[in-house]
Design a protein around this ligand. Structure first.
Ligand SMILES: C[S@@+](CC[C@H](N)C(=O)[O-])C[C@H]1O[C@@H](n2cnc3c(N)ncnc32)[C@H](O)[C@@H]1O
Length: 253
């Protein structure tokens, strides 16, 4: 993997692995306040359907039984709110993110919705989770893993904090392999998205990075192999929307 060598990739520019996190932090610092609005604008609302597939797979119990979920790189808590809405009274979600601005938007939103007691926001790094072994029933990460400089470390940590029998689910942008759609997708990604970023958050470069980082992320088969190397069993993935997104699933057996 490139990430473990001296240089990592930041979009299409070579960046040292130790510098990547600071650059990623700048991007999300810049977009935090309008992050969720931008998701709707960029995906035409599709991100909601992708996230619903993830939440359905998490399958929090509706009967009120205790169920602890960790949402890594959870940002403003969008996944966490959806999991809590889908689950019963015993569902608790911990949102971990390295960016305090993203967490702060989520905390305010949780307070506004009266959900402070079921959601916990933790400032931390996916590469070194501040939780004991086997603490969670399910671990999720949505559109976050490609931003983490050392993906293998993040996968090992996700595995470590998952209980035996627990489910790991990862949603991430992938590669469009459908003829014509791939060209349109490229045109849209490299032109419309940075322009939207400029118009809505005043930062085209942040969104240029996000687009470029998608193209750098391993293909689903390669990522599935990384999950297996981290210890996950029954690893599988499902492509959605012509390959724009893939959802990866693995279990701690
Ligand atoms: C594209 S956002 C995804 C947010 C949320 N999961 C969602 O789907 O709306 C990526 C998030 O990854 C976070 N992130 C990047 N590097 C991280 C790291 N090393 N550890 C934890 N979070 C990280 C960023 O701060 C940002 O909030």
């Amino acid at each position: 993997m490139r990430e473990t060598r001296e240089h990592s990739t930041f979009g299409f520019h070579e960046v040292r692995t130790e510098d990547k996190q600071a650059m990623v932090d700048d991007v999300f610092h810049s977009v935090a306040r309008r992050y969720d609005l931008m998701n709707d604008l960029m995906s035409g609302g599709l991100h909601r359907a992708w996230k619903d597939v993830l939440v359905t797979a998490v399958n929090p119990p509706r009967d009120g039984g205790a169920f602890a979920v960790l949402d890594i790189a959870g940002g403003t808590g969008d996944i966490a709110f959806r999991i809590v809405a889908a689950g019963g009274g015993g569902t608790r979600v911990t949102v971990l993110d390295i960016n305090r601005e993203m967490l702060s938007v989520g905390r305010t939103r949780a307070a506004d919705r009266g959900l402070d007691d079921v959601l916990t926001f933790v400032d931390g790094n996916a590469e070194a989770l501040p939780f004991p072994d086997r603490r969670f029933d399910a671990v999720t990460i949505a559109f976050g893993i490609r931003n983490v400089p050392r993906i293998e470390a993040a996968l090992s940590e996700a595995f470590r904090v998952l209980r035996i029998g627990g489910h790991f689910l990862c949603l991430e942008f992938s590669a469009v392999d459908v003829p014509v759609l791939d060209r349109l997708y490229d045109l849209y990604s490299f032109n419309a998205i940075p322009a939207l970023g400029q118009a809505v958050v005043g930062d085209a470069d942040a969104y240029r990075y996000l687009v470029e980082s998608i193209r750098r992320f391993p293909r689903p088969g390669a990522f599935a192999a990384m999950m297996q190397a981290a210890g996950f069993g029954r690893v599988s993935f499902q492509r959605m929307s012509g390959g724009i997104v893939a959802m990866h699933s693995g279990w701690r057996l």
